[in-house]
Design a binder for this molecule. Structure first.
Ligand code: FES
Length: 214
């Protein structure tokens, strides 16, 4: 079944209302740009199993054709929010420069599938521009906020864009890597996933168990 995106939860878009949401949720942000804003994504579609099947762990297929650079799409897998963000070259260029400020810049602990770490431990994605993350803080499970703008923030005067968890002030970069000295102990998790084709991501299935595409 193809579902249309119907909700834009705004800058704190990590929160997913599981009770009322039956549709794919899309939220957008200009990632890594000054003067960011939010625009609805009108026709992002997914072919999802029933809510019961999703909670049981069934894979979720997401069409990212309409996902433009600087936008975030939010879906759900195993009852968890899944963020899919299309990052700009500016964002990708910034990520390695943040390594000295991070707790585990090379993603050495078990926070993502091995094929994601091997692809690039700093970008933490199969394709450089497409980030796929579980949108739950690794401290106590709050929903971090997307703070995409590159500008001084009250919680970090040298902020280069990323995710901020207001519960206990943990910070993550645009690859979900956790900053040093915050309560969250590890990077945001990357779920198992693969590319069925250039614009179709299957969440919950490794490339080796899919159709071989990555
Ligand atoms: S739950 Fe995110 S910092 Fe505590």
């Amino acid at each position: 079944m193809a579902n249309e995106a119907v909700l834009d939860p705004g800058e704190g878009g990590g929160t997913v209302d599981h009770g009322r949401r039956r549709f794919l949720t899309a939220t957008t942000a200009v990632v890594g740009a000054v003067g960011a804003g939010f625009v609805a994504v009108p026709f992002i579609k997914s072919w999802n199993p029933s809510e019961r099947a999703k909670l049981a762990g069934a894979p979720v297929t997401v069409d990212i054709t309409a996902l433009a650079e600087g936008q975030r799409l939010v879906d759900e897998w195993r009852g968890q929010p899944i963020w899919i963000v299309k990052r700009s070259k500016q964002v990708l260029d910034i990520l390695p420069t943040l390594d000295p400020r991070l707790a585990d810049p090379k993603s050495t602990t078990d926070q993502q599938p091995e094929y994601v770490r091997e692809a690039n431990p700093e970008l933490r994605s199969i394709k450089p521009e497409i980030s796929v993350l579980v949108g739950l803080c690794t401290h106590l499970g709050c929903a971090p906020e997307l703070k995409a703008e590159i500008r001084p923030e009250p919680f970090d005067p040298e902020w280069k864009g990323g995710y901020f968890c207001p519960c206990h002030k943990s910070r993550f970069d645009m690859a979900g890597r956790v900053f040093a000295g915050v309560p969250a102990p590890i990077n945001l998790l990357v779920p198992p996933h693969h590319y069925q084709d250039d614009n179709t991501i299957v969440i919950g299935v490794d490339p080796s168990n899919g159709k071989g595409a990555a």
